[in-house]
Design a protein. Structure first.
Length: 273
């Protein structure tokens, strides 16, 4: 069982509520779509799932139907009681709070391994994914629905048009790919953008060994390179890496930021200014 577009509108109307543009609320009102997302996540009995932005519970119900235990996090205090009512007979724990501010280690302390499956609000998708990858190693797989442009950035590889600093961040921690598209017509209200599903599997070890270069130094260099992405790296990284680093790292100083893989960034960052 999950929620149709009609039922979503009824639940909101019964309480005099409207989707919040400030919170990026676009609820999935198509049962087939949420069942597809739940299936693509691969979760089943015995699995633990955390869902950010659970809203009214459309996806939550589909995940619970697969036998998973779900921790459903919702920031909007007006929606929390509705969500709790929808999932009252399921193996679902509702947590009220902002996923960017919650102590996620405490929220997920009940199990060692978690999946993140979520329809992420467009305005916080990137910081949420980055926070989980950086700070919550218990989350070993992620399947997120995000705006198409954001999803393409998350999953981009070196040389792709969408490749940027966040792509390097994801590649450092995980292997990512776009696994599906979601039309605007399934949402209530209907957004002006297309969405995609991005699947990420955490690496057993990060792509650049911390013994070579720590993540703080690595991403300082990455951000500097992409801040002036039209320039050759020898110019955009002047004063950030040693001039001799390019030859030592096997990187062409005439290259631009979008041409370097995460491993090449790691070798380059290992050299100081």
């Amino acid at each position: 069982m999950t929620l149709s577009a009609r039922r979503i509108k009824e639940l909101l109307a019964e309480r005099g509520l409207h989707p919040s543009r400030a919170l990026g609320q676009n609820f999935v009102g198509d049962p087939n779509t949420v069942r597809r997302i739940a299936e693509l996540s691969g979760v089943g009995p015995g699995d633990n799932v955390v869902e950010f932005g659970a809203g009214l519970g459309s996806l939550t119900l589909a995940l619970a139907d697969r036998g998973a235990h779900v921790v459903a996090v919702e920031k909007d205090r007006h929606l929390v009681p509705i969500l709790a009512e929808q999932v009252r007979d399921r193996d679902v724990t509702v947590v009220a709070g902002d996923a960017l501010e919650l102590d996620l280690a405490s929220v997920l302390a009940g199990a060692e391994r978690w999946h993140l499956v979520a329809n992420l609000p467009y305005n916080v998708a990137v910081p949420l994914v980055a926070r989980v990858l950086d700070d919550v190693p218990a989350v070993t797989e992620l399947l997120v629905m995000v705006q198409r442009e954001v999803g393409e950035r998350l999953a981009a590889s070196a040389g792709d048009e969408a490749y940027g600093a966040v792509s390097v961040k994801v590649a450092y921690h995980a292997v990512a790919r776009v696994v599906g598209r979601v039309p605007a017509t399934v949402f209530v209200p209907r957004p002006k953008v297309e969405s995609v599903l991005v699947h990420m599997v955490r690496r057993q070890a990060v792509a650049v060994a911390p013994e070579l270069v720590g993540p703080e130094r690595l991403f300082t260099v990455v951000r500097a390179g992409f801040a002036q992405r039209r320039k050759m790296l020898r110019r955009s990284l002047a004063g950030v890496v040693d001039p001799g680093a390019f030859e030592a790292a096997g990187v062409d100083p005439r290259a631009r930021a979008e041409e370097l893989s995460v491993e090449q960034w790691g070798r380059l960052a290992a050299w100081g200014p």
